[in-house]
Design a protein around this ligand. Structure first.
Ligand SMILES: Cc1ncc(C[n+]2csc(CCOP(=O)(O)OP(=O)(O)O)c2C)c(N)n1
Length: 230
């Protein structure tokens, strides 16, 4: 599984763990006996069993989808494949934490080309991924014009995935600025989540994101992640 380094910049990312989708997936309820389900797990610092099972289910779904995409490519039904096998343990929890919606009141996602598990966890129909890799006109991300894993879902603030590595880090600064402006006006605002690989962190866009997100007195609600998949 991918080794993951998560880095939160600014003040907002602290609220990520309390997001509703995770609570809905694994919130402890009351047994008929009155005892709280999952109390022992929580006392041990473990995740709720229901949530863990849900995550495992989504991880397996993501891997099965990935294997299908590789087959599609190998049988000559696609020109190119790039994907995320091995990054499920990172991508799925991230997808469950996202505050999904349209506009700056919700989270923005600046994913790189290994974001499939995150989108599967958010509820993307798996057929969307197949349509994209096969360049079908019915591909809702790009109308069949881009290749595997270059998703775009405006209704969920998933901005178009770019091919040059790391440019997503400088774009995250832009959406985070809009979200910060809302926060200053006491309006609800999400955070800008950005993912990328470890090698790409040598690019200037990565440094720009760090600098612009952490200016004293002007911190931005950016959640930066770096996946090392060696
Ligand atoms: C600006 C730019 N330079 C080079 C490439 C070619 N390229 C595509 S993927 C990749 C490797 C990136 O490695 P890393 O950031 O660790 O991410 P990983 O693919 O390992 O998840 C490179 C160099 C590119 N897409 N864009």
């Amino acid at each position: 599984m991918a080794r993951t380094v998560g880095k939160a910049v600014g003040k907002s990312p602290g609220k990520l763990p309390a997001r509703a989708p995770v609570e809905a997936a694994g919130r402890p309820g009351k047994k008929a006996s009155g005892k709280t389900v999952g109390a022992r797990d929580r006392a041990l610092g473990l995740l709720d069993k229901k949530l863990v099972l849900n995550m495992l289910d989504l991880m397996v779904k993501s891997r099965v989808l990935e294997e299908r995409l590789i087959k599609v490519y190998k049988t000559g039904d696609a020109y190119f494949w790039i994907g995320a096998p091995g990054e499920e343990a990172f991508g799925v929890p991230l997808g469950l934490l996202v505050d999904k919606g349209h506009g700056p009141a919700h989270d923005f996602l600046h994913l790189h080309y290994r974001g499939t598990p995150t989108l599967v966890a958010m509820g993307m129909p798996m057929i969307d991924s197949i349509r994209l890799i096969m360049n079908r006109a019915t591909d809702s991300s790009t109308g069949g014009r881009n290749f595997a894993n270059h998703y775009c879902f405006p209704k969920w603030n998933v901005v178009p995935v770019g091919s040059p590595i790391e440019v997503q880090y400088s774009m995250a600064v832009g959406t985070a600025m809009a979200q910060r402006r809302r926060k200053m006006k006491k309006e609800s605002a999400g955070v800008s989540i950005v993912t990328g690989g470890d090698a790409g962190s040598a690019e200037g866009d990565f440094a720009s994101c760090l600098i612009w997100s952490s200016r004293p007195g002007a911190e931005l609600p950016v959640y930066m992640t770096v996946q090392n998949n060696k």
